[in-house]
Design a protein around this ligand. Structure first.
Ligand SMILES: NC(=O)c1ccc[n+]([C@@H]2O[C@H](COP(=O)([O-])OP(=O)(O)OC[C@H]3O[C@@H](n4cnc5c(N)ncnc54)[C@H](OP(=O)(O)O)[C@@H]3O)[C@@H](O)[C@H]2O)c1
Length: 219
């Protein structure tokens, strides 16, 4: 599969590139092509050190990364989403778009969630032909980008199109240690997004590294 990472030079983009770069073609996107190419080279080198000598990771401007891809991940801070999508929306055709975006900010040492659902904001800025799926909000970027660390997290998936969700389920299962869970419609995304500031506040106060979620089944 061709996976485009918009803002793929950042923290979570790096993790996606390194985990999916083993068996997918990765198009790292950036506002600056050179920056994307440098990041792609770093990601390739990281995988090559782990004996994945063939990996197809290239850097592009964000617009080109979208056009080259079947699935596009919006690896961007919430604050820049509307302006960025406004300028990029003409480059989408029939991709599946994944939003890991959390509308979070920090105030006086406390992480808080804005009273907005990132997925709903994004839905309004994408063409109707695009299926939007919301996922990965509680997957820690540092751990995702470190192949020496094993992940043991659940990823709640929300969206209105079952086929698109199925594709995202498969992509999640491609990453060792991640378990996809059905979350419901895109409407539910706001609840998943609000878990991230909660996790981070608890992590800081309890000295927990790379917090994530795992739903227990006590049957
Ligand atoms: N970090 C995590 O652990 C984590 C976990 C789960 C979900 N998330 C979510 O994933 C998203 C990305 O997080 P992140 O930590 O990867 O973010 P980040 O590293 O702060 O930024 C990602 C990329 O966004 C681009 N960017 C920055 N300012 C921009 C602007 N004004 N206009 C357009 N692009 C801009 C940059 O790419 P270029 O400069 O190359 O264009 C940057 O590398 C966020 O919404 C976050 O809530 C993060």
């Amino acid at each position: 599969m061709d996976i485009g990472l918009i803002g793929g030079t950042g923290d979570i983009g790096k993790g996606f590139a390194i985990r999916w770069g083993k068996n997918h073609r990765i198009n790292v996107g950036s506002r600056e092509e050179e920056r994307a190419k440098r990041a792609a080279k770093r990601y390739r080198e990281k995988l090559e050190k782990k004996d994945f000598s063939y990996c197809d990771i290239e850097g592009y401007k964000n617009s080109e990364a979208i056009r080259e891809s079947d699935v596009v991940i919006l690896s961007l801070p919430f604050e820049v989403i509307t302006d960025t999508l406004d300028s990029l929306k003409k480059h989408f055709s029939d991709q599946i778009v994944i939003s890991p975006v959390v509308p979070m900010y920090k105030s006086e040492g406390v992480f808080e969630c804005r009273p907005k659902c990132a997925a709903k904001v994004i839905r309004n800025y994408l063409p109707n032909s695009i299926d939007l799926v919301s996922a990965f909000h509680s997957v820690p970027a540092g751990k995702l980008a470190d192949l020496n660390k094993s992940l043991n997290c659940d990823v709640v998936v929300c969206g209105d199109n079952e086929n698109a969700k199925e594709v995202v389920f498969e992509l999640i299962q491609d990453i060792n240690g991640l378990r996809p869970l059905e979350g419901g419609s895109l409407e539910v995304s706001t609840l998943c997004e609000s878990l991230t500031p909660l996790l981070l506040n608890i992590a800081i106060r309890n000295d927990i590294e790379d917090p994530s979620i795992k739903f227990m089944d006590n049957k």
